[in-house]
Design a protein around this ligand. Structure first.
Ligand code: HGY
Ligand code: MN
Ligand code: MN
Length: 421
């Protein structure tokens, strides 16, 4: 465990990369996608099954479980001084409907691997270490994203979270009760000394730069704006063009405006519509209603604000030109995040000590860490993903990247949790 000088050296303190890779593979068997990825959406039976497997693995590693009223799981590895605020490692086990095997899951199972490894290495720490699975990070089934970590951080209420509905009208609260994973802890009661999240980059930068580790200094901000356009159902054949009140046309023009507005705010601005529905969605009916969600992001708060206000003006003009009713409802938001400088230093120092190539990076995706940064010192570590692809079943990483990320997590967390010699 230590070299002749008694110092903990990088060479002899590393995780079991094969065991981590095997855990990722076993978890991917639960809620499999149709093309090799994952479909383990939040609060489904597959989510429940994945939670139970994670709980068993953690309890086999001597950890004890706590669950809060949002279903977030807190698996505790004891420290020599149990009263000290723990160091948290967290991410999410829920996936997109056509998601990858590693988005979120790497961060949770790397936390488990870290505990397994320090037990193997006989390493004790002053502070307890808690590995967390945050409920509903993705926001795919129940908007918004990062819902349970948002409740934990006091950004949204439990009532708001419990009331969220999926496309079938099922309530978050009812589904959480149905799968039997509503705990008794009040969300946010736990005190966090430091929170670390390991996550795949979900973008192309690290791979393109040939870096093994991303030291995440900041996270982009986000607006999710749900737009409802109201026109008039009518026959696509017999209705003269001048008489049409076509919500589908309005949606098309607004989607184009989203892309143009994002391009006009370059660099460091993105915009798209990923979810869209036409009603009645019949081949020969002019859609009298369109409902779609705009996703704007930027690390620059002024740009983020400007994109939203530009869109609201232009969407109103488009609706007016076409005689459409329009309603724009914000259904998700967080400002750009600056992660804790001291923890960023710990991550950068761990990567350097281990000899892993690394670079500072801004997270393009949102993560639970973005909310937890509001209530505790927080930082993220990233590993590359092939082609920068994510939220796609073809999402892929290498086992070397996974192990490197987990090694950096191990060293950075032990730095914060304080090894007992
Ligand atoms: O939307 C996001 O950035 C995250 O994947 N939930
Ligand atoms: Mn994620
Ligand atoms: Mn995701």
């Amino acid at each position: 465990m230590s070299d002749a000088s008694g110092m903990m050296t990088a060479a002899n303190m590393t995780v079991d990369g094969d065991r981590l890779w095997d855990s990722l593979d076993q978890m991917a068997q639960i809620g499999p996608g149709i093309a090799g990825g994952s479909n383990r959406q939040t609060l489904t039976d597959a989510d429940a099954e994945g939670r139970t497997l994670f709980q068993r693995w953690c309890e086999d590693a001597g950890m004890t479980m706590g669950v809060d009223r949002m279903g977030s799981m807190f698996m505790r590895h004891e420290g020599t001084e149990p009263d000290l605020d723990p160091v948290y490692i967290g991410s999410h086990l829920d996936t997109q409907p056509t998601g990858g095997r590693y988005d979120g899951v790497l961060g949770v199972l790397a936390g488990l691997e870290m505990i397994r490894s320090i037990r193997d290495l006989g390493i004790r720490t002053r502070r307890p270490i808690v590995v967390t699975n945050w409920t509903n990070e993705e926001g795919a089934r129940f908007a918004p994203a990062m819902l349970a970590s948002g409740v934990f951080a006091g950004v949204v209420t439990e009532d708001y979270a419990n009331s969220r509905q999926d496309a079938d009208g099922k309530r978050f609260g009812d589904e959480l009760d149905r799968i039997g994973w509503r705990g008794t802890e009040a969300p946010g009661d736990r005190k966090i000394h430091a929170m670390f999240e390991l996550h795949i980059e979900q973008g192309p930068i690290l791979e393109a730069e040939g870096k093994q580790i991303g030291v995440v200094t900041h996270g982009q901000g986000l607006w999710w704006l749900q737009v409802t356009l109201t026109g008039k159902d009518a026959h696509t054949g017999s209705t003269p063009m001048a008489m049409r009140v076509n919500a589908g046309l309005g949606m098309a023009r607004i989607i184009e405006a989203v892309d143009r507005i994002a391009m006009e705010h370059q660099p460091d601005a993105v915009g798209a519509v990923g979810q869209a529905n036409l009603f009645p969605n019949s081949r020969n009916v002019i859609p009298g209603k369109a409902v779609f969600c705009i996703d704007f992001r930027s690390p620059d708060l002024d740009k983020l604000t400007s994109m939203r206000s530009r869109l609201e003006v232009e969407a109103a003009e488009i609706a007016n030109e076409l005689g459409l009713g329009i309603e724009i409802e914000p259904v998700g938001h967080f400002d750009p995040v600056t992660f804790d400088a001291d923890l960023v230093g710990k991550v950068r120092g761990a990567a350097a000590k281990l000899g892993y190539s690394h670079m500072d990076i801004v997270s393009g995706a949102g993560h639970d860490a973005c909310w937890i940064a509001k209530v505790a010192p927080t930082v993220m570590i990233m590993c590359p993903c092939e082609g920068g692809l994510s939220h796609n079943e073809a999402e892929a990483i290498t086992s070397d990247w996974a192990r490197a990320g987990c090694d950096v997590l191990l060293h950075a967390v032990l730095d914060a949790a304080e090894i007992v010699r």
